[in-house]
Design a protein around this ligand. Structure first.
Ligand code: EPU
Length: 337
């Protein structure tokens, strides 16, 4: 593997922050993984997919490894006719969704336009418009850097939760995701997922849309609300939607009847962080060259040339304001480095 010294990370993080890495390599194929530990030496390691979930607040004094393992391979159909395939961790998530939908394999269409890589989709258990990646993932192949071996984790072993997985834990930090195996419902079993507020409206009354129609409706919704990654740096939602005890949510709803809350069962309620941030008047707020997106308060953006520390400072202001008014601490979903 070719090692680049003092590498500029601007092209490798969707925030477009101009931090540097002491050293940078590209993992292009499985056999590169065997070399990773010796190249790393005593340096800290950061494996990046397409960099859509990180914020660099300073230079990274270690080795950045870009996961560029590609390839999509069809596998034998599942027991119930599921369409199964394996995709390299470095594939673009959005491109994969479009390819599957266009080739007549429904099941991923609600997740179109989510930025990032296939590996990142598993780490983060991405979700949008009523579907989470975990519902379509059968297994995840990893390379264990300590044992220098490949292993496959079942969906259960991935311990997927809301924007979380085993890959975000200490144990997972020793692994590199190599590929993800998906099982999509058989065409005859597939049903469009259109229950998400807003999606029904975007489908203009169509109750039985095709996967292409769902994909197009999601595209329209995302274009209307979220910044275009080609033009404006961001990492999508900056914070997670907080999950609070049902009692706390009820008390808040008495004071703020407009609060957007989703009961989760188990006496827990998920609150819309975007609403909370909006309600403290932060939508459109700027700090230096960082801003809260004017059409979706959950998204922080780089208005051009922002340092990661500026975005972080704005995020801290958001956290304090929401904490002060609602007594809720927002947690970033973006990895802050
Ligand atoms: N809202 C406001 N003001 C705002 C933003 C939102 O009042 O500025 C309200 C909306 O009106 C709506 C509610 O809050 O009633 C929820 O908003 P939205 O439907 O836009 O979804 P979200 O909960 O803010 C989540 C995901 C998004 C995903 C959408 C759609 C998280 C952290 N974010 O956002 O994922 O696209 O649902 O499913 O769960 C991402 O993770 O990067 C991401 C973009």
């Amino acid at each position: 593997m070719k090692v680049e010294q003092n590498a500029l990370l601007t092209p490798y993080n969707t925030f477009g922050v101009a931090a540097r890495a002491k050293r940078l390599v590209r993992i292009a194929k499985r056999s590169d993984l065997g070399e990773l530990e010796s190249v790393r030496g005593d340096d800290p390691l950061l494996v990046l997919g397409l960099g859509s979930n990180v914020l660099f607040t300073k230079d990274f004094e270690g080795l950045v490894a870009l996961n560029r393992i590609r390839g999509v391979k069809r596998l034998e159909a599942g027991e119930n006719g599921e369409y199964r395939f394996r995709a390299g961790a470095g594939e673009s998530w959005d491109a994969l969704v479009r390819k599957m939908t266009a080739e007549g394999h429904p099941g991923l269409e609600n997740l179109v336009m989510v930025p990032g890589s296939v590996g990142g989709a598993a780490v983060q258990n991405i979700g949008a418009y009523g579907v989470e990646a975990a519902e379509r993932i059968e297994s995840v192949e990893i390379f264990d850097r300590e044992k220098s071996e490949f292993r496959t984790l079942t969906n259960e072993e991935c311990d997927f939760g809301y924007r979380s997985s085993v890959f975000k834990t200490e144990r997972g930090s020793k692994w590199v995701i190599v590929s993800v195996t998906f099982a999509l419902p058989a065409v005859t079993q597939w049903k469009p997922v259109v229950g998400y507020k807003g999606l029904t409206a975007a489908l203009a009354g169509k109750t039985d849309p095709t996967a292409e129609e769902v994909l197009e409706a999601v595209e329209r919704l995302r274009r209307a609300k979220l910044p275009d990654p080609k033009e404006i740096g961001s990492a999508g939602s900056f914070f997670k939607n907080p999950v609070v005890p049902e009692l706390q949510a009820r008390a808040l709803l008495e004071d703020y009847p407009q609060l957007v809350a989703y009961p989760l069962g188990g006496r827990r309620t998920k609150l819309a962080a975007g609403w909370l941030i909006d309600a403290v008047g932060f939508k459109g707020r700027t700090k230096g060259r960082a801003a809260v997106w004017s059409r979706q308060a959950l998204v922080l953006v780089n208005q051009g040339g922002a340092a990661g520390s500026e975005v972080k400072a704005l995020a801290d202001d958001v956290i304090s304001a929401v904490e002060r008014k609602f007594g809720i601490s927002l947690t970033p979903e973006v990895a802050i480095l």
